[in-house]
Design a protein around this ligand. Structure first.
Ligand SMILES: [Fe+2]
Length: 251
């Protein structure tokens, strides 16, 4: 069994509660057989191309991304993407976020055209990545700077101009924390910056399942409670959604 297959098998056997433990085991094993492991960017690209080709499913991809993001040294990532340079003169919008594309340096074993999109998202305090769901997309997010109030919801289904959702995550995402979305798990997310500025690094895969991606902005303050902890939430056009949720006034 090669190392990559071993990693996958190992990851497949653990629940997300055990991910931290497995991570240490994985590192210990890794260090013994191969002191200089593949660069994390190469692994990242492999996970993403495996999702694209459906060699792994989206929930597996999310579990792998969680482990990988935990492994990456923040300092290393910041240097690798030249973060200081990226945010020089960064234009923080008054509503919502601004994004900048990320370029990876040349690396042997890493194709110039990665299997995923990569960006940084930045915002000022109280600004938000407004609450939204996704179709035919997967993305994984790592906090690079500051803190954010992060909420996730499971998308149960779409009913005409509403999403039926169920809360799954509600916590403060701190430096180095990560999260992810897919059609399978934690599809809806919402970030509000808690600090003067806040940034995430985002890995994004569009048009999965051979279909065009879509984003549904939702009016979470107008949600209506249904049975079993689910909620019915109206879908908003992006302009209305940004006006209402781009700058948080609910404290
Ligand atoms: Fe999103």
């Amino acid at each position: 069994m090669n190392r990559r297959a071993f990693t996958k098998e190992l990851l497949a056997t653990v629940s997300s509660f055990a991910l931290m433990d497995s991570l240490f085991a994985y590192n210990a094993f890794e260090n013994k057989i191969k002191p200089i492991a593949d660069h994390w960017a190469i692994q990242l690209n492999e996970f993403c191309s495996d999702l694209r080709t459906e060699s792994i499913d989206a929930a597996q991809w999310q579990a792998y991304m969680e482990v990988l993001y935990q492994q990456i040294q923040l300092e290393d990532l910041l240097k690798f993407i030249n973060f200081d340079n990226l945010i020089k003169g960064f234009k923080y919008p008054d509503l919502g976020v601004h994004t900048k594309p990320v370029k990876f340096p040349k690396l042997s074993g890493l194709p110039e055209q990665t299997a995923f999109m990569k960006k940084v998202f930045g915002m000022k305090k109280d600004r938000a990545i407004i609450p939204h769901g996704h179709s035919n997309m997967a993305s994984a997010h790592l906090v690079l700077k500051g803190e954010m109030h992060l909420r996730h919801y499971e998308k149960i289904r779409q009913e005409e101009e509403n999403l039926i959702i169920k809360p799954t995550i509600d916590h403060i995402a701190k430096l180095g924390d990560n999260s992810s979305i897919s059609d399978e798990k934690d599809n809806v997310h919402w970030f509000i910056a808690n600090t003067e500025t806040a940034f995430t690094f985002d890995v994004i895969l569009l048009d999965l399942n051979g279909q065009s991606y879509d984003i549904q902005n939702i009016d979470i303050y107008e949600s209506q409670n249904l049975s079993n902890g689910t909620m019915r939430v109206p879908i908003l056009d992006v302009h209305t959604a940004l006006k209402k949720y781009g700058k948080n006034t609910h404290h």
